[in-house]
Unconditional design. Structure first.
Ligand code: FAD
Length: 236
């Protein structure tokens, strides 16, 4: 890695001695040692509120029933978000790379991280009407999912019983991160984190170190830009 990079690690695990915590610590240690600036949002430790609700806004437009998406848009224009959302938005603005560290729960991310997506990646802040995917408001930032699974590697192959891991991660990769304009890096996956045993987990931590040391050249998932689609949203 050449230049100094600002990295935000959004971490979603309830246990400080978990393997996910060790992965988060590895990211902080490796990136800091290389001179990068690193911030961590430890969502459980922060007791991060995952529920989208009226109190997320310091003023409301008055439309009833309250439309969360339109209130986000209004709040983005007036900087009228609650303090906890504003603090996370400041970290996102600051970050050039965002790493999401969490276990896979029900083929997705834990609810607390889903709540972070819902509340922090607000309309008018991370995307807006006509400003999504390659036009998204967070374009230029890189995103890396670093996840652990219960299922094994073979189970997550395209012919495996769980189906292709990329298919499983598509809703987050494409529907959240790329939707906001971020460049999505190939994920790091520690399969069967529990079954792997101490040796297997040690190996994962070493492999992850390699990944972190070469983050600037990590393969990007190539998603299609708006230009590839017609006005109805169909592929040309
Ligand atoms: P932990 O249990 O915290 O850690 C595993 C082991 O690593 C522990 O023995 C710990 O002591 C040890 N460890 C900690 N630090 C280190 C270190 N530095 N070096 C070496 N070892 C260390 N899995 C799927 O595949 N698909 C699903 O859809 C899915 N859904 C789930 C839904 C729920 C609600 C839950 C609870 C689990 C689900 N799982 C699923 C399983 C889940 O993904 C795994 O339990 C999780 O990935 C394991 O990671 P962890 O950090 O929680 O492990």
């Amino acid at each position: 890695m050449g230049e100094i990079m600002n990295t935000l690690v959004v971490f979603a695990h309830h246990e400080a001695a978990s393997f996910n915590a060790a992965m988060k610590d590895q990211a902080v240690a490796v990136l800091s040692a290389r001179g990068h600036q690193v911030m961590v949002s430890d969502l459980y430790a922060m007791n991060f509120e995952p529920l989208a609700q009226r109190s997320d806004f310091t003023e409301l437009s008055g439309t009833e029933p309250m439309n969360y998406l339109m209130e986000q848009r209004n709040a983005s224009a007036k900087n009228a978000f609650s303090e906890d959302i504003k603090a996370e938005m400041d970290k996102v603005r600051w970050a050039e790379t965002i790493i999401f560290q969490c276990p896979i729960w029900w083929f997705s991310v834990p609810a607390i991280l889903k709540g972070w997506f819902d509340r922090v990646l607000a309309t008018g802040f991370s995307w807006d009407f006509g400003k999504n995917y390659d036009q998204g408001l967070l374009r230029g930032k890189k995103a890396l999912l670093s996840v652990t699974t219960g299922g094994s590697g073979p189970m997550y192959e395209s012919t495996g019983i769980n189906g292709d891991i990329h298919q499983m991660l598509f809703p987050v990769h494409h529907g959240v991160l790329y939707f906001c304009g971020m460049t999505v890096l190939e994920p790091f996956i520690a399969y069967a984190a529990f079954q792997a045993g101490d040796e297997g987990r040690k190996k994962y931590l070493e492999q992850y170190k390699e990944v972190l040391e070469h983050l600037d050249s990590r393969a990007v998932i190539a998603y299609r830009p708006h230009a590839d689609f017609d006005d109805s949203g169909r592929l040309k």
